[in-house]
Structure formats: structure tokens, C-alpha cells
Design a protein around this ligand. Structure first.
Ligand code: NAD
Length: 256
């Protein structure tokens, strides 16, 4: 049975990695999907792949840092598909590896603008449409970084930590409208965000790669599909009584 049959979803950052895998699985589960990303090429490719497989998708170039563009993303989605049921806030960037002393103000602001403000803006403009639909689900792509400190990642971890709590506030504010809001918290996943770094470590082998595997007791890093399945669960009616929660999809990273 298709678990998202009849639902309309927006997936941000859908042009690559976890977002692309999520959008494609959503379509296979029966959802009609608006693919939003700052880069058009990726989402056009994902839209073509979904349509070739018999699904329905629309690419909407969107910078989640811009209120105007986010408003337009929601408008185009409801205009095309007639409503909105699910928002997946997945677009994200990682700052360079640096201590809080070496981090520039510009990089701090840019990281928070995408990873935190972008989530808020998408909630702000999507929630009124979810209310019109009689309820819905928001899934925020958080991270293991939301709940632990990691060296040289102050801006990214602070942004993800803030999203973690924002999720709980949204869950409380809109529970009466039957809107659920949850986090997915991946460990290290093989995507463009860290592909080069992971490949270099894996090819070199030795201690650094052994350490990556030790951090993930299931003995491998994640693949986008591992995370997409968790997003489908939280977006679907199977999670009807789950809100304000964080689902760790991390190969056991945070169990240690
Ligand atoms: N890869 C990992 O190890 C990992 C781990 C935990 C959490 N995450 C989170 O998963 C999410 C997806 O990341 P990914 O690993 O698939 O990386 P990715 O780089 O493959 O995908 C991120 C996507 O977000 C888009 N994006 C960036 N800035 C944007 C903006 N301003 N507006 C709209 N779109 C924008 C990019 O164009 C890209 O398509 C991110 O929120 C990331 O923080 C990733």
C-alpha cells in the first residue's frame, strides 16, 4: 500500500543527497511532490526521474533564506496540486571546519540563515496551508549534531540544536490544528555535503576511517535511502500520534 497516497508534499534541498532520495521515495509512496532547491539543475533532474517512474513532481527554484521565494514556493505548490499536507525542511549547508574564533561572521550568518532561519520561514508560510488541509506533518532534517558537541563545527551544531527545539515549539503551537512536527537526526550520510571527505578517509583507511566506523556501531556510514525511509514514516499516518520527537537514524552513533 502507498503510505503517502493522496498527499501533497514540499521537500526543500531536493536536488541532491537526502532530499533527492526523500522526494523520490515520497513519489513512490503516492505523494505529489514540489521539489525546492536553490540550484535548479538538480531538482529538474529529480523531477524528470519521478515523472519517468510514473509519479508527479514540480521543480520550484527556491532560496529558503528568502521570505519572498518561500512564499512563492508555497503558492506555486498549492496552485498546482490544490493544497499542502507535508513539509520536509531538508535544505542545509555545513560551515567550514573551524573553531568559533576562526569562524567568520559572514559564515556564521550564512549557516544560520539556511539551517535555522530557512526552517522557520518554510514553517511560517506552509503552516497556514496545512491548517487549511485540516492538519499535516512537518519533518525537519536535524542531525546528531543537534545534541552533541563536535570539534570545529560550532555554527552548524548551534543551528541544528536550535532546529531541534524549534520543532518542539511548532509541535506545541499547532497540535490543536492536527499538525505534527518532528526531527530526523542522521549520523554521517554519504552525500555531496561530505562525499569528498568520506572518500578520502575511506581510501586512505587506517585510524581516521576506523574512527568513523567506530562512531557508527552498525559498521558503515549512512546512505540517503536510510534517512528517506524515516522521513516517510514521520510524514505518514503511521506516525499519527508522534509529534515533537527526534528520530535518530545514525547507525548507533548517539547510543554511545
Ligand atoms: N550528509 C550528512 O552526513 C548529514 C548528516 C546529518 C544531517 N544532514 C542534513 O541533511 C540535510 C541534507 O543534506 P545532504 O547531506 O543531503 O547534503 P547535500 O549537499 O547533498 O544537499 C543539500 C541540498 O540543500 C540545497 N540548499 C543549500 N542551500 C540552500 C538554500 N539556501 N535554499 C534551498 N536549498 C538549499 C543544496 O543545493 C543541496 O541540493 C541538511 O540539512 C544536512 O544538514 C546531513
Amino acid at each position: 500500500m502507498e503510505r503517502l497516497k493522496g498527499k501533497v508534499a514540499i521537500v526543500t534541498g531536493a536536488g541532491s543527497g537526502i532530499g533527492a532520495a526523500t522526494a523520490q521515495l515520497f513519489a513512490r509512496e503516492g505523494a505529489r511532490v514540489a521539489l525546492a532547491d536553490i540550484r535548479l539543475e538538480g531538482i529538474q533532474g529529480v523531477a524528470r526521474a519521478i515523472e519517468t517512474a510514473g509519479g508527479e513532481a514540480m521543480a520550484v527554484q527556491t532560496d529558503v533564506r528568502s521570505a519572498d521565494q518561500v512564499r512563492e514556493m508555497v503558492r506555486k505548490t498549492t496552485e498546482r496540486f490544490g493544497g499542502l499536507d507535508v513539509l520536509v525542511n531538508n535544505a542545509g549547508v555545513r560551515a567550514s571546519h573551524s573553531t568559533v574564533v576562526d569562524l567568520t561572521e559572514e559564515e556564521f550568518d550564512q549557516t544560520l540563515a539556511v539551517d535555522l532561519k530557512g526552517v522557520w520561514l518554510c514553517c511560517k508560510y506552509a503552516i497556514p496551508e496545512l491548517i487549511k488541509s485540516g492538519g499535516g506533518a512537518i519533518v525537519n532534517m536535524s542531525s546528531i549534531s543537534a545534541s552533541i558537541g563536535q570539534p570545529m563545527q560550532g555554527a552548524y551544531n548551534a543551528a541544528k540544536g536550535a532546529v531541534e527545539v524549534l520543532t518542539k515549539c511548532v509541535a506545541l503551537d499547532f497540535a490543536k490544528h492536527k499538525i505534527r512536527c518532528n526531527n530526523v537526526n542522521p549520523g554521517w550520510v554519504r552525500t555531496e555535503m561530505n562525499r569528498v571527505e568520506l572518500e578520502e578517509m575511506e581510501n586512505r583507511g587506517g585510524k581516521p576511517w576506523e574512527e568513523v566506523l567506530r562512531l557508527h556501531p552498525l559498521g558503515r556510514v549512512g546512505e540517503p535511502a536510510d534517512v528517506a525511509s524515516a522521513v516517510v514514516y514521520l510524514a505518514s499516518n503511521e506516525a499519527a500520534w508522534v509529534t515533537g520527537a527526534s528520530l535518530y537514524v545514525d547507525g548507533g552513533y548517539c547510543a554511545q
